[in-house]
Design a protein around this ligand. Structure first.
Ligand SMILES: *Cc1c(COP(=O)(O)O)cnc(C)c1O
Length: 431
């Protein structure tokens, strides 16, 4: 299988090349040359087995092909359980049982397992430069920690990530360096981009990225949707529909691709926070990226969803067909708060602010009849509520117990290097 760019102006790449490169050289996103129909998927298989079966055609004839089953067992070594909610035929797919308690652990761990194999035997380590507003950097840092031949430099805006997020970035040490930048997330991202475009630096220090457009993160995320859909259909004889909390469209794009491969998923609805670029587009407006607004669901504070280009590619640029295929709704902060408080008061359920956007959209679909009473729906729970305790705990009036993997990270001492918001300073540190 080869991979082409959404902009059609780059040579076809092997999977290994596409994973190592991140972005295609023409600035586009890598997409598979064909969409191989899902075959041999079995309802009783484990998550790692489902991943290996589903991803095999994408790995065919690649240097990573023989390693795929092991990559899957390394990346998918924690569960993604589907649990029933109190409201009838509603479920939650818990994607937060990994080391940093967010769904990004799956993709980051798969990428790390892939890159560590691609770098085996190379003299110089590969340095992953990642700018983060919180969750991405934590997942990448945890996934790459102690991986031979790989190191990570994480840039985050000092004072603008939660104390727990900052701690997760700074507590690993070893091959992970955390830089707390005296600036904004955009400053961090600008510095990381400059490093990745600095040919002179790259000649001395091999660099790569790990952002949400990376194929090495996108492809494995199809697996938990396939696993949940097959398990659910075997148990209930009906396909599962999804509401997915969405920012850069990485997680949702994986569900959409899985369905396009023939995985038995029903409808896919996109929930956003007050950043309404996608809801406005799906309601018939032009696609207009905007500056992002800060919200309680901060990992979804995205004004230019980076995977949108892939979604348009999948629908061959046909906006009418794309709009007909999806519903997208925005949820404001007041409603996020109300959803968290109300679901806890009525049912004892606790959600993170991101998951709460999707829970609210599902409630709307049920109330309006757009989701019929006998249809089975699930919300993708993208993070554990303990990660966002400063939002959640005041609303529910109690502490949220911290899951053991996260507690273990929070117990380590943390250290981050101060860094001025200037590329020259970063370059000095990398060179
Ligand atoms: C990253 C993230 C999202 C958004 O995922 P995308 O792939 O960017 O759409 C939602 N919730 C949480 C908790 C996240 O960390």
């Amino acid at each position: 299988m080869h991979f082409i760019s959404t902009r059609n102006n780059a040579p076809a790449a092997t999977l290994s090349q596409a994973i190592a490169a991140g972005l295609a050289p023409d600035g586009g996103l890598y997409v598979p040359q064909q969409m191989p129909p899902a075959r041999d998927l079995q309802a009783g298989a484990s998550l790692a087995e489902t991943a290996a079966t589903l991803l095999q055609p994408f790995f065919a004839n690649d240097a990573l092909e023989a390693g795929l089953p092991r990559i899957c067992t390394e990346a998918f070594d924690f569960p993604a359980p589907l649990r029933a909610l109190a409201t009838r035929n509603d479920h939650v797919l818990e994607l937060f049982h990994g080391p940093t308690a967010a769904f990004k652990d799956f993709g980051a761990r798969f990428l790390a397992a892939s890159l560590s194999r691609l770098r085996a035997g190379q003299e110089q380590p590969l340095t992953i430069v990642v700018a983060t507003s919180g969750d991405t950097g934590a997942a990448v840092a945890a996934a790459f920690h102690d991986q031979p031949n790989l190191q990570v430099v994480v840039l985050y805006p000092d004072g603008r990530v939660s104390p727990r997020q900052a701690h997760q970035l700074g507590c690993l040490g070893g091959n992970i360096r955390a830089l707390r930048v005296a600036g904004s997330f955009d400053d961090c991202q600008g510095m990381a981009k400059q490093a990745l475009n600095d040919a002179e630096l790259q000649a001395q220090v091999p660099l790569s990225s790990a952002n949400s457009i990376s194929l090495g993160r996108l492809l494995p995320q199809m697996s938990y949707y396939a696993h949940a859909a097959l398990t659910h259909r075997a148990a209930h004889g009906t396909s599962l529909n999804f509401v997915i909390p969405t920012g850069n469209l990485g997680n949702a794009m994986a569900a959409i691709m899985a369905r396009a491969l023939g995985v038995p998923l029903g409808r896919i609805v996109l929930a956003t926070n007050a950043n309404r670029v996608l809801p406005d587009y799906f309601a018939g407006g032009d696609y207009r990226p905007k500056a992002s607004l800060a919200t309680l669901a901060n990992a979804m504070d995205v004004g230019a969803p980076s995977n949108f280009e892939r979604l348009r590619w999948l629908y061959a640029g046909d906006d009418a067909a794309l709009r007909a295929a999806f519903v997208s709704r925005a949820v404001d902060d007041a409603t996020i708060r109300d959803t968290i408080a109300t679901r806890h008061r009525r049912f004892g359920e606790v959600f993170c602010p991101h998951t709460a956007t999707a829970v609210h959209v599902l409630e709307q679909l049920r109330a309006s009849g757009e989701a019929a009473a006998d249809e089975h729906w699930a919300v993708a729970a993208t993070a554990h509520p303990a990660k966002f305790e400063s939002v959640v705990e005041p609303l529910i009036g109690r502490e949220v117990p911290v899951p053991p993997a996260l507690a273990e990270l929070l117990e380590r001492p943390a250290h981050a290097e101060p860094c001025a918001p200037e590329y020259a300073v970063l370059r000095e540190k990398l060179g």
